[in-house]
Design a protein around this ligand. Structure first.
Ligand SMILES: NC(=O)C1=CN([C@@H]2O[C@H](COP(=O)(O)OP(=O)(O)OC[C@H]3O[C@@H](n4cnc5c(N)ncnc54)[C@H](OP(=O)(O)O)[C@@H]3O)[C@@H](O)[C@H]2O)[C@@H](O)CC1
Ligand SMILES: Nc1ncnc2c1ncn2[C@@H]1O[C@H](COP(=O)(O)OP(=O)(O)O)[C@@H](O)[C@H]1O
Ligand SMILES: [K+]
Length: 490
């Protein structure tokens, strides 16, 4: 798994890796620059726009100089704007400065009049993870000016001004694209920083995942390569019982849609048998929209033990707390709690005691706030999520961009799939169905969380390729099978 290191671990990582590989720090910087340039040309190949690279005094500036050289080598017109005399800059900055081709325009800040082409491309290599105070002086002036400019703007490693692990103070570069090296810096995952980051790409510089794990094992960024080993394998003689018999509870008082979405998502995730326990108002919509699911009247339910997994909450409404308490007491395996079930939990904290260990809770930000109180910002929210998961021995799936799965052992896993088009009614119900399906198939709760969250995001990406902002939850469901095909999981 890909670890997310804190900014102050980067220099240590760098040092250990170059020692173990017997390469120079310059070579590692060259790899970073090469991988940036690869992503850069995916977007700007054949662009006639003028390119301006703004470099700071440290290794982020060094990256910028190497990037300027590599772009200029391909015949593009590049200007470098630097703010510091060479003597005050890092070793690899100096090496790369001296390697700049002669046709690169180098402008020292004091000669710089800030008349930049509106239709140019700006590459921000002022500061990376080594920033240790808010921007001020000439750097602040430059970033403010660049932020007013209608040019294409790309940040190297992290938009200058953002600290690697904390919330920004003051000004920062507003990028449309951020190419972060090796792993996303923690602060790039905060919703508060969305406007600075634009699209986020993570560019490998070749340091293996297990090498990163020597430095950090508390925060991970989920990768496609993590999926295959976590998925369950079925064989030629597998029967529908092996694919799980699940029960979804919700869809009460005219809110059938939510539980139908969950049921359809569970079936598309490969669930063998899907039962829906709702009230009478759901019978006709269920039969019309999901003929594969079985309707169940709670009155006639004999034993919960018949089910491999249970998902409860979508469209459940405000049921009596004793009903939820009864269900929790009679089902002793990990289950999935979402939506109204989470609201009941927040209003009736005594229910925590009845939650089976390793259950999965899937709040969005508002539901999470009801459970755990207001948080000042995402950092505080993530800490609350971590404590809630470990104090109560549950998996907490805090939904949103970069959904975070907090495990009972305190580890946090951030999702790398999904996009803004998933912010549509019912997409959370889809996730509940997928999670319950995987639990029912015998995935461990951790594997169910990681696989369901990852595939759910991928399905959103697949759906939005053709539907864009018109993507609806049903499109996400219909795209689930493609995600299994794409990842080679049969
Ligand atoms: N292993 C990896 O992942 C690799 C990482 N690589 C790259 O290295 C980058 C980290 O480089 P880095 O450590 O040299 O820090 P960097 O961000 O350039 O800034 C430090 C300089 O800025 C200064 N300074 C700080 N704040 C300031 C302020 N507000 N206003 C003014 N000055 C300020 C500070 O000096 P100070 O003033 O504190 O003495 C120092 O001179 C990383 O982000 C990535 O791009 C790749 O090359 C390959 C491998
Ligand atoms: N901007 C976004 N980027 C990625 N995923 C998103 C984004 N917005 C929402 N999602 C995903 O969509 C789902 C929305 O869930 P939720 O808010 O519970 O929706 P609903 O209650 O309508 O079913 C979550 O899984 C969330 O991670
Ligand atoms: K930068």
């Amino acid at each position: 798994m890909l670890s997310i290191l804190s900014g102050n671990q980067v220099a240590k990582l760098d040092k250990a890796y170059i020692q173990s590989e017997n390469i120079s720090s310059w070579e590692l910087m060259e790899r970073a620059a090469l991988s940036f340039v690869r992503d850069f040309f995916k977007r700007f190949q054949n662009s006639k726009k003028k390119i301006f690279v703004f470099v700071g005094p440290g290794n982020n500036g060094g990256d910028g100089l190497a990037i300027a050289r590599l772009i200029a080598d391909r015949g593009y017109k590049v200007s470098v704007i630097t703010f510091s005399e060479k003597e005050k800059c890092s070793k690899d900055y100096v090496i790369n400065f001296e390697k700049l081709p002669e046709n690169t325009g180098v402008i020292l800040e004091k000669d710089f009049n800030y008349e930049l082409a509106e239709d140019g491309i700006v590459i921000d290599a002022l500061f990376g993870v080594g920033i240790n105070r808010p921007l001020e002086g000439v750097f602040l002036k430059a970033v403010k000016r660049l932020n007013e400019l209608h040019a294409n703007k790309i940040a190297v490693d992290i938009p200058s001004g953002l600290p690697a692990d904390e919330l920004v103070e003051g000004e920062a570069f507003l990028a449309e694209l951020t190419v972060s090296f090796q792993f996303p810096k923690f602060s790039l995952l905060f919703p508060e920083h969305a406007k600075y980051i634009g699209e986020l790409l993570v560019a490998s510089i070749g340091i293996p995942e297990d090498f990163l794990m020597k430095f950090e094992r508390r925060r991970f960024f989920m990768q496609e390569s993590d999926m295959l080993p976590r998925h369950k394998k079925f064989h030629a003689f597998s029967h529908k019982g092996d694919f799980g018999r699940i029960l979804l509870i919700g869809g009460r008082r005219g809110k059938a849609g939510a539980i139908i979405l969950s049921a359809r998502a569970a079936l598309r995730t490969g669930s063998g048998l899907v039962h829906v326990w709702a009230d009478d108002s759901a019978v006709i919509p269920l039969h019309n929209n999901c003929i594969e699911a079985m309707y169940l009247d709670g009155e006639k339910l004999v034993s919960m033990d018949d089910f491999d997994a249970l998902g409860i909450g979508p469209g459940l409404g405000q049921v009596d707390v004793s009903e939820l308490e009864g269900i929790l007491k009679s089902f002793r395996k990990p289950l999935v709690l979402d939506a109204d079930a989470l609201n009941l939990l927040s209003e009736n904290p005594q229910l925590w005691a009845n939650l089976p260990e390793n259950s999965i809770l899937t709040p969005h930000l508002k539901e999470f706030e009801r459970i755990s109180g207001k948080a000042k910002n995402q950092m505080e929210r993530l800490e609350k999520a971590r404590s809630l998961a470990s104090d109560n021995k549950v998996y907490l799936v805090l939904k949103g961009a970069f959904t975070c799965v907090s495990a009972p052992d305190g580890t946090q896993y951030f999702n790398s799939t999904g996009n803004k088009h998933m912010a549509t009614a019912g997409s959370g119900d889809v996730l509940t169905g997928m999670l319950t399906a995987m639990l029912g198939q015998g995935y461990s709760p951790l594997d169910a969380c990681l696989c369901a969250v990852f595939h759910h995001g991928l399905a959103g990406q697949v759906a939005s390729k053709t539907k864009g902002r018109g993507t609806i939850a049903s499109d996400i469901i219909e795209s689930i099978p493609q995600t299994f095909l794409d990842l080679g999981i049969d």
